[in-house]
Design a binder for this molecule. Structure first.
Ligand SMILES: Nc1nc2c(ncn2[C@@H]2O[C@H](COP(=O)(O)OP(=O)(O)O)[C@@H](O)[C@H]2O)c(=O)[nH]1
Ligand SMILES: [Mg+2]
Length: 369
């Protein structure tokens, strides 16, 4: 039996086995085995070369633009960035990854237009694997949907899930520290929803026989597998609905209904027309928010405050992080900093490198000579 048949057989067995306390361990083992086999299949079909799609990450953040062919990805990229992406009336106009740089509030946000993510992409068909590898390295996934095909959201989401991209969720709060001996010891203050036997079965399936396992939140088998496997990526996502210029006002409510029926809140979605350049400011704003970027204006000795080209860092960044982004030498010569603006108690507050910055702070570094 080939790998693909083995995978199918396991999938079949899982779906035909009723889930209850007595079958839980068995299903746990099957799911672990399935994840393992899929991994193996992927490594086989990747063939090692991985050519052509290595678009390097540059700028302050990267957004992967994900959508079916012809939803308007190239049109949007052209409207938002300096890239020239081919726009076509037919499917598959974008065959390669197209990067473009969006300048917004002094930040450089790299937008990646990736070829249509089609069903089966996670299995390696249609260049989907390369698409997915680009997505995995992004800081945010932007789903682009056509107003007329909202239902495709689920298929896109599933492709990403299959490729171990977990959206809008934190890693499961489970730690597994492998040990030399002592068997598997499970510690938890809560009823985490699985029997200890299942946890052990799943771990054993991955060759873990000695470990301290701490479970701090309710989990299921899939989350447990996520916790054990180290190759899951956790990304935020946003949704834009394109081609709204074609929507008749009377049809708008049915689009909102469509969104709700696919688990999307219409209030959280950005409605745009890439072609008519409508809604693009709201979209940029949305990306900015979701990427959690903040601007820090540097007060440079002798040159004053640079409001033109802010240092762009992530929310939660400290003075130390800012220095790291500026480049090495500052950290070594750092004495203290003076901060004015939203994060400061008063103007020119003296702070150390642990101080957490906020959007539109003014930062002056006081360095040793
Ligand atoms: N009416 C309308 N057409 C659009 C819009 N955005 C894209 N299109 C058209 O949809 C087709 C496919 O667009 P394209 O950007 O190539 O889609 P891609 O395959 O996702 O890159 C082209 O004919 C575009 O002109 C829009 O907002 N409104
Ligand atoms: Mg295109």
């Amino acid at each position: 039996m080939g790998l693909e048949e083995e995978i199918e057989a396991i999938e079949e067995e899982i779906s035909s086995t009723p889930y209850n306390k007595s079958t839980e361990s068995h299903i746990g083992r099957l799911k672990a085995k399935l994840a393992e086999k899929k991994e193996k299949l992927e490594n086989q079909s990747s063939g090692g070369s991985g050519d052509g799609y290595a678009v390097s990450k540059t700028g302050d953040a990267t957004v992967a633009l994900v959508g079916f062919p012809s939803v308007g990805k190239s049109t949007l990229l052209n409207a938002l960035t300096n890239a020239e992406s081919e726009v076509g009336d037919y499917e598959f106009t974008t065959l390669n990854v197209q990067p473009g740089m969006l300048q917004y509030r002094g930040a450089n946000v790299q937008l990646m237009d990736v070829p249509g993510l089609i069903e089966g992409a996670a299995g390696g068909r249609g260049g989907g694997r390369e698409v997915l590898s680009v997505v995995r390295t992004a800081d945010l996934v932007l789903f682009l949907l056509s107003a007329f095909e909202i239902d495709r959201y689920e298929r896109l989401w599933n492709e990403l899930y299959e490729n171990k991209v977990r959206l809008d969720t934190e890693p499961p709060d489970v730690t597994v520290s492998k040990k030399g001996r002592g068997g598997i010891r499970i510690t938890s203050n809560i009823d985490f929803g699985l029997s200890e036997e299942v946890v052990k079965e799943v771990l054993r399936e991955y060759g873990i026989v000695n470990a301290d396992v701490t479970i701090r939140e309710p989990i299921d088998i899939d989350l447990l597998i996520d916790a054990v496997m180290e190759n899951r990526v956790y990304l935020p996502s946003a949704v834009a609905v394109n081609k709204v210029d074609l929507i008749d006002p009377t049809y708008a409510e049915s689009v909102r209904e469509d969104l709700r029926s696919h688990g999307l809140d219409p209030e959280e979605v950005t409605f745009i027309s890439a072609e008519k350049e409508k809604g693009l400011e709201a979209l940029k704003d949305r990306l900015w928010e979701d990427l959690r970027l903040i601007r820090v204006y540097m007060d440079k000795p002798g040159r004053g405050i640079d409001y033109e080209e802010p240092l762009v860092v992530r929310e939660g960044a400290t003075v130390g992080d800012a220095m790291e982004k500026l480049g090495g030498e500052f950290e070594e010569r750092f004495r203290f900093a003076r901060v004015s603006g939203p994060s400061a108690k008063h103007d020119e507050q003296q702070v150390g490198d642990e101080h957490v910055l906020a959007d539109e702070d003014v930062l002056k570094l006081i360095l040793r000579r």
